[in-house]
Design a protein around this ligand. Structure first.
Ligand SMILES: [Zn+2]
Length: 371
């Protein structure tokens, strides 16, 4: 085992596993987390979660079930306000990088993600998103490029990877490439079942599968996406569980992104935003329920940064009167520097109480996995 670890570090030149967080693991967590479901609400700040709670009249929701709650600092290597590429890289690899860069240090060294590392150690791996699979957050878990806009190169790198379950959009970078390479053919040669329709992909029960169900991004939930994200979360859990059981039972690492919370927030579109958070919360509930039914599963839910500067001021400054309504307002059309919430559930959740840097999160997950 030590030999394998040593060769990996040499191979990737990574600092994720050589640089420890100074946090000791609590409970009996030194070993025992078998499955990780890592969930990222892109642009989802505390106000986004609160707005959903208010609009659901404080009915209990998945976030209320969190067993541990933390706050996460999001700054990047070169900017107090991060973009999704640098934030994704921090959450995936435990390293700060410059805005726009994916899976590389600011100096250009390749950094391995916790998902890739889990795969090397025999865990099944999966990514579920509602954007193009080549977009910044998912790409941070497998790609290494100096500019997040290099979607064709990112797809090429994904086709060389061996992530077991891939659900999202972005088929055009596989089957409609300017360089003429047919990446769908390449995936099929690597035993992937490849789909461009969700109704076909949802029939799969096991085996490697890539479903890119839109040429580009999927539409907003409000614009016809339906329940793709919760359905894809369930389906990925089913496949990864089956495949793990069929091959040594080493568990899995899966990343799920609520990709479009960010876009609705950039657009200051409150209703769209609310429905994107609702959709993400349905997936969080599925993950928490899975953890209940499968001991040894850790679920970590957080965000890469806040978007929109969402606030919800009272409609009246006179609090002797009964409530006179809440205004949802945006302070920005961009990202903000406010800390984002983290909700943890299941095995090892207690390690996520406190204030963290975004780079701490994958380091703690890695320790809990014992990798
Ligand atoms: Zn954004």
């Amino acid at each position: 085992m030590n030999i394998i670890k040593y060769s990996l570090i040499v191979f990737t030149g990574l600092s994720l596993f050589s640089c420890n967080t100074n946090r000791a693991l609590s409970e009996n967590d030194q070993a025992g987390v078998k499955n990780v479901i890592y969930m990222i609400g892109d642009g989802m700040g505390l106000a986004h979660v609160t707005a959903m709670m208010i609009e659901q009249k404080y009915e209990p929701c998945a976030f209320d079930r969190a067993e541990a709650v933390g706050l996460v600092k999001t700054f990047s290597a070169n900017n107090r306000i991060t973009d999704s590429a640098a934030a994704g890289t921090a959450l995936a690899t435990g390293n700060k990088t410059n805005n726009g860069m994916l899976g590389l240090t600011p100096g250009g060294d390749t950094i391995q993600s916790v998902l890739s590392r889990a795969g090397v150690f025999g865990k099944k791996t999966g990514i579920v998103v509602t954007c193009e699979i080549e977009n910044a957050t998912p790409a941070a878990f497998y790609a290494h490029v100096d500019n997040r806009s290099k979607s064709a190169e990112i797809a090429l790198q994904l086709s060389h990877d061996s992530i077991d379950v891939l659900f999202g959009g972005g088929m055009k970078y596989f089957n409609g490439r300017d360089d003429g390479i047919d990446l769908v053919k390449n995936l099929k040669a690597k035993n992937y079942q490849v789909f461009d329709k969700w109704t076909d992909a949802i029939q799969v029960k096991n085996g490697k599968v890539a479903a890119f169900v839109a040429p580009g991004h999927l539409p907003y939930h409000d614009d016809g996406r339906g329940d793709f994200l919760p359905e894809a979360t369930s389906k990925a859990l089913e496949i990864l569980t089956n495949d793990s059981q069929a091959s040594g039972n080493k568990g899995f690492f899966m990343m799920v992104e609520g990709s479009q919370i960010d876009w609705a927030s950039h657009g200051n579109q409150f209703s769209k935003l609310l429905h994107e958070v609702n959709d993400f919360e349905k997936s969080v509930k599925i993950a928490f329920d899975y953890a209940d039914a499968h001991p040894g599963t850790l679920v970590v839910v957080t965000a890469d940064h806040e978007t929109g500067g969402l606030i919800m001021p009272s409609g009246n400054v006179d609090f002797t009167k009964s409530e006179s309504g809440i205004d949802y307002k945006f302070g920005s059309v961009s990202h903000t520097g406010i800390m984002v919430p983290l909700f943890a559930y299941g095995k090892g959740a207690a390690n996520f109480t406190g204030i963290f840097d975004n780079t701490d999160v994958p380091k703690i997950i890695n320790k809990l996995l014992g990798l």
